[in-house]
Design a protein around this ligand. Structure first.
Ligand code: HEC
Length: 143
């Protein structure tokens, strides 16, 4: 009996080792698909279906110059922002509250907006969210 338990637990250790080793690399396509649902529910009211926003009121996300800076974008989504900004050459001076999202949800919605409407940027993984929140970014005032 003791041997059976030993062999079994040894097998478990081996199995978990290999399942860890064989973990697939980050699936950006799946993340973008999940992100689209979050966007539709939480962001689309203001930033609109094609990320076009509303001139003078809600800044656009399509081709927005606020998407390339990963850390600032993480903070905008989770902590919100306020004050004057220039997006694609047009002025906005308003505010947006931050959203309560898990690291995975935040990375998903970020991957969606960074890879839609002509935008193309590298994937942001859930493990990068916390680090991004801790950095300082120029041209950014939290809500
Ligand atoms: C209630 C309306 C509203 C909602 C909902 C909203 N935003 Fe915003 N967002 C704004 C406003 C207004 C600004 C500009 C704030 C300022 O002037 O400082 C902004 C700014 C931004 C910016 C930086 C400027 C730009 O256009 O690139 C990003 C990125 C952004 N929002 C992403 C999101 C994401 C992602 C969501 C959903 C998780 C979201 N927003 C939900 C109103 C909203």
């Amino acid at each position: 009996m003791k041997n059976v338990v030993l062999v079994f637990s040894f097998g478990l250790v081996i199995a978990s080792f290999f399942s860890f080793r064989m973990k697939p690399s980050f699936d950006l396509k799946a993340s973008i698909a999940r992100g689209k649902e979050i966007y539709t529910a939480q962001c689309m009211n203001c930033h609109m279906e094609q990320g076009e926003g509303m001139e003078g009121v809600y800044p656009p996300l399509a081709k927005s110059n606020f998407l390339a800076n990963r850390d600032r974008l993480i903070k905008i989504v989770l902590k919100g922002m306020r004050g004057p900004i220039k997006v694609n050459g047009k002025d906005y001076d308003s505010e947006m509250v931050g959203f309560e999202l898990t690291d995975e949800q935040a990375s998903d919605v970020i991957n969606y907006v960074r890879n839609s409407w002509g935008n193309k940027h590298v994937a942001v993984q859930p493990s990068e969210i916390a680090a991004g929140l801790g950095t300082k970014s120029a041209e950014y005032t939290p809500y």
